[in-house]
Ligand binder design. Structure first.
Ligand code: PEP
Ligand code: MN
Length: 339
């Protein structure tokens, strides 16, 4: 961290401030320029509050030279992280596809889709039991019963299951029943929830918020990791922009950017980004080419009658056709498709 002192700052005030940091076990280099003095802090500055330091009347400007995240930082962990669940692996050269309905609607529905996506090459089954809907009058999901239907589909197909958690009160049940706990875009900065899922033993799939920066997203991963759970997968699902043609705008740049900033795996959800089933395939292809570690794709047996997100859901036949292309491109990109 670099602190630029005001030209009016007195020598004894600068020394007093420098000593405050030294008392925090930081090394402080003092550079006296012609007009002002600069303090260079070396050591762990993650807990320092830039805003608080800026309040000092002798301080002109405070600049971080290091990222505020540690555990998720590529600098301190150069090799790619990998998350393995059952036979599926995401990250570190391995690629897995998570597929299934937006929401679990019945036992037969989810078991049928699970069979279809497994046959097509998916490595994990998704399905929402608790749904974050914009309207309180829309279908809110089947609740705990939905998780039990997912478990039955897992028993039939062997596919590990991924489902979204909305409340810290549900953590114990999710830890028991679900293989990957999904934190949705709307809860990316629900810090209580992040801390709770940081204390469980199951991997967490952390979606990017609708209007959050890469750094804010990684800081949310840091919340989970700082509680002890380092099995975090990031998922880009499109962000809000001025464009209204698509439901969201898929930020393909997030893939190389996250890979530079963090060692965590990143997967892409083209379904929620596009909001239209016909656009899922080209976005999925772009994601693989840009270096994604996996995909999350919504598949429904009867999209026109789906209770949620039918317009962006692929039929099992469309998903099967997509998986043929995915398999070829993943291979061409030098990754291993793990089912
Ligand atoms: C979902 O995956 O069903 C979902 C609600 O996604 P998001 O949080 O990205 O909107
Ligand atoms: Mn959905």
């Amino acid at each position: 961290m670099v602190i630029v002192m005001k030209p009016t700052a007195k020598k004894e005030d600068i020394e007093a401030l420098a000593n405050q940091f030294r008392a925090m076990s930081l090394e402080v280099g003092v550079t006296n320029g012609i007009d002002c003095t600069i303090l260079g802090l070396v050591g762990d500055t993650t807990t320092l509050d830039v805003g608080k330091i800026s309040i000092d009347p002798n301080v002109e400007r405070v600049m971080r030279v290091q990222e505020p995240y540690k555990k998720a930082n590529r600098k301190f962990h150069p090799e790619d992280s990998q998350v393995t669940v059952g036979s599926a692996t995401i990250g570190g050269g391995c690629f897995s596809v998570i597929a299934g309905p937006c929401s679990v609607e019945s036992e037969e529905q989810v078991i049928g889709i699970a069979r279809d996506v497994k046959r097509a090459g998916a490595g994990l089954l998704r399905g929402g039991a608790f749904k974050p809907r914009t309207s309180p009058y829309s279908f809110q999901g089947m609740g705990a019963e939905g998780l039990d239907f997912l478990l039955e589909a897992k028993e039939v197909t062997g596919l590990p299951i991924v489902s979204e958690i909305m409340s810290p009160r549900m953590v114990e049940e999710f830890e028991r029943k679900v293989d990957i706990v999904q934190v949705g875009a709307r809860n990316m900065q629900n810090f209580d929830l992040l801390k709770e899922v940081g204390r469980i033993s199951k991997p967490v799939l952390l979606k990017r918020g609708l209007a959050n920066s890469y750094e804010e997203w990684i800081m949310s991963a840091e919340y989970i990791m700082s509680e002890g759970n380092e099995n975090v997968i990031l998922c880009e699902r499109g962000i809000r922009t001025f464009e209204t043609f698509t439901r969201n705008t898929l930020d393909v740049s997030s893939i190389p950017a996250i890979k530079k900033m963090s060692h965590l795996p990143i997967i892409i959800d083209p379904s929620h980004a596009a909001g239209m089933s016909w656009m899922v395939e080209p976005l999925a292809m772009a994601a693989i080419a840009a270096g994604a570690d996996g995909l999350m794709i919504e598949v429904h047996n009867d999209p026109p009658n789906a209770k949620c997100d039918g317009q962006q859901s692929l039929t099992p036949a469309q998903f099967t056709a997509l998986m043929k292309k995915v398999t070829a491109l993943v291979d061409l990109c030098g990754k291993k498709l793990v089912q």
